[in-house]
Design a protein around this ligand. Sequence first.
Ligand code: HEC
Ligand code: HEC
Length: 463
Amino acid sequence: MFHKSKALPSAGARSPLRCNRFVTAVTLPLLTFTLVVGMQGAGNGGGRGAKDPGVRGGTPGAGTPVSGLTANQLAFFSAGIESFEEQDTVTSGLGPRFNAEGCAQCHAQPATGGTSPFVNPQVAVANDQGATNQVPSFITLNGPVREARFPYTLDLKHIDGGVHALFTVTGRTDAPGCNISQDDFAKAAQEGDLIFRIPTPVFGSGLIETISDATILANMNNNLSQKHNLGVFGRPNTSANDGTITRFGWKAQNKSLEVFSGEAYNVEVGVTNELFNTERDQTPGCQFNPTPEDSTNFDLDGTSLPSDLIRFTMFMRFLDQPQPGTSSPSTQHGSQVFSQIGCALCHTPSLTTGLSSVAALSNIPANLYSDILLHHMGPNLADNVSQGVAGGDEFRTAPLWGLGQRIFFLHDGRTSDLVQAIQAHASGGNRQYQSSEANGAVNNYNKLSGGDQQDLLNFLRSL
Ligand code: HEC
Ligand code: HEC
């Protein structure tokens, strides 16, 4: 949850050395990447001609509800998608600070609920309705949707870690008299105190919610000797509230879809709601509505039309898992290679859901390609933000279902190229963080023939 986010309290945190390293890791990811390839692959990593075939075209393999829902559940799904696609105005709760005007602006590709689209809507959002925002340098028309966090406060004196919204409602015709400034992202970038997160897709998220803790732990304890031989460990993130395994977000920091909806509505869009009911910026003159801005509809008879919060939740909970594209001898062989070289030790191909009060979600194989565990990913990927038990270098194994139709990869969207996404998994340790648990698998990838590498990439784009 947002308020539990904090940056890693590392001893050398504010030393110039830490800053240099941080700048290398965050502001110059390409440079870091070059170093890593040189270190790991002895020049053979990308050098065998294997290429990412690119975003798979054709009809979206996602966006429909799970089969077997009741008529009433389907009605909730339909009401939910409508709310998810809505754009808020100041009158309906937008701001005072925000990253976008509605869920579907960020969760869009290849269908509503997905990830960053080809054209980043944040560029237009910056000046919508007369808003006078400057577009920060890391937001570009053809780049990924991004949100920003500062690991430390702008004076670098205190731990921060929280999301700093990119935009304000200042200048909008529906926010007369409000005059607040954007945060200083240029300064944060200069200080090396800026990290990014891109949207994760929510397809199949109701299934992720329904996988039992016991299933996750049993899978964690599978193939232990094979995992340890390759340097793979992994542990769950857990809720500070009830101790159970949390699943959602890049660091598996959030417990449920409802909690994520409440947080996202307030943090991304600025709409207070029954889970997060306080405005994050309470500057007088910029408060246009009583709070919470989204709430249960008391004007009805209590049996219908719940809050947006519940509608978002139901839409996401009922969204089916992405369907893969057509398989070929190459993708079938690539799938075997994926397991043989150790990718599947973290990216578990399938976990079966437990018993849900929604029958259609019960006992379903969720082909998510994730163990829902945190792994140490090395200084190259580390973002210095700690959430729940996840340290600054730990991330949830990113689910790979739907990968074939995704445009941007890794938590900060640093690449659109699968080969670079794989190479970025590898880095040696430094004073602050241990080496990546994926080094062994990436070494194995780099030793493959060009043909095997190509089959693996084709397999990934078939997902
Ligand atoms: C400005 C873009 C943006 C908007 C608007 C946005 N999100 Fe997100 N969403 C993100 C980002 C970035 C993440 C990853 C955050 C992280 O892990 O730190 C995310 C992650 C999620 C996840 C976690 C999925 C998973 O499996 O990890 C859910 C659920 C979610 N968003 C729901 C919503 C809902 C509901 C709304 C509308 C109220 C919304 N989002 C609006 C950017 C956005
Ligand atoms: C030690 C566990 C581990 C191993 C082994 C591993 N991965 Fe990953 N993978 C992760 C984590 C964690 C992330 C998210 C990292 C981040 O965003 O910073 C990730 C992200 C990815 C992504 C980007 C997905 C996205 O949503 O942006 C791809 C593609 C990927 N892995 C493919 C592979 C392949 C192919 C292999 C085998 C060569 C592999 N991984 C081995 C843990 C692992």
